[in-house]
Write a protein that binds this ligand. Structure first.
Ligand code: GLP
Length: 240
């Protein structure tokens, strides 16, 4: 695992941009795995600025997102499809047909899970971007998730719902279930880019980098991947 420690969120964005652009510029049809949450927002802003100022094209780039809340659609401001449209998709020249997220509104969520895994198998990620939850989750794979898991439905931990409640009017509005790529789907990516900032991520970052590889900390499996770049600020790195 390559660990890059920088001073602040702006520097995380610029270092992460370099890693993302290596993939995007070396393969115009690359499959890029994307993430939500506050951690990737700076990177998305940098990708947009680079697209506008330097003309990096996303015309044939294909995207797959990690996860989505069950029961929210793209009109809901808290859905991940809304987040992605708002923070990235509307501002770069991606083709709508090349954008893929799990659909949290499918009447048969098991079918949705199977279809999403089939899609991922047909177009493995050249790079997968990840944030990390304070409990070490990646995507919505909570502690205890099998390392062999593929796309599945998760019941969100109370702590995860509390962490994400800031995006909703109240905790009650935070969905209880989500659909997420499994850990095996994430590990199948050729390259993995993790971004994290802030003191509340320090313990999860420590467990991910130096802890025992254990399903108690989903992110610890990244120690077994051959090409992981972790870009974090000094607070998130404070226990390393
Ligand atoms: C959510 C997402 C994760 C993300 C995590 C951390 O739970 N499903 O993919 O990594 O939040 O979010 P933040 O970056 O806002 O701390």
């Amino acid at each position: 695992m390559k660990v890059i420690v920088v001073k602040n969120s702006n520097e995380i964005a610029s270092e992460a941009l370099k890693v993302m652009l290596e993939t995007v510029k070396s393969n115009s049809k690359a499959v890029i795995g994307l993430a939500t949450g506050s951690s990737p927002i700076g990177l998305y802003e940098s990708m947009i600025a680079d697209h506008v100022n330097s003309g990096t094209s996303y015309a044939d780039i294909r995207t797959v997102n990690l996860d989505e809340y069950v029961g929210l659609d793209e009109k809901s401001e808290q859905s991940y499809i809304y987040f992605m449209n708002d923070n990235l998709f509307k501002s770069v020249n991606l083709n709508k047909n090349n954008i893929n997220l799990p659909n949290g509104m499918n009447a048969d969520m098991q079918v949705e899970c199977d279809n999403y895994t089939a899609l991922l198998n047909s177009m493995p990620q050249d790079i997968q971007l990840l944030g990390i939850g304070a409990n070490g989750h990646i995507g919505f794979n909570e502690p205890g998730t099998s390392f062999d898991s593929t796309t599945h439905i998760v019941e969100l931990e109370e702590g995860t719902r509390i962490d994400n409640a800031r995006f909703f009017n109240s905790l009650d509005e935070v969905p209880k279930f989500a659909i997420t790529m499994g850990i095996a789907n994430i590990m199948n990516a050729k390259k993995i880019l993790v971004v994290a900032n802030g003191k509340n991520k320090a313990k999860a970052v420590f467990e991910m980098v130096k802890g025992q590889v254990s399903e108690n900390c989903p992110a610890s499996i990244l120690q077994k991947h051959k090409d992981v770049v972790l870009v974090i600020d000094e607070s998130a790195a404070s226990l390393l």
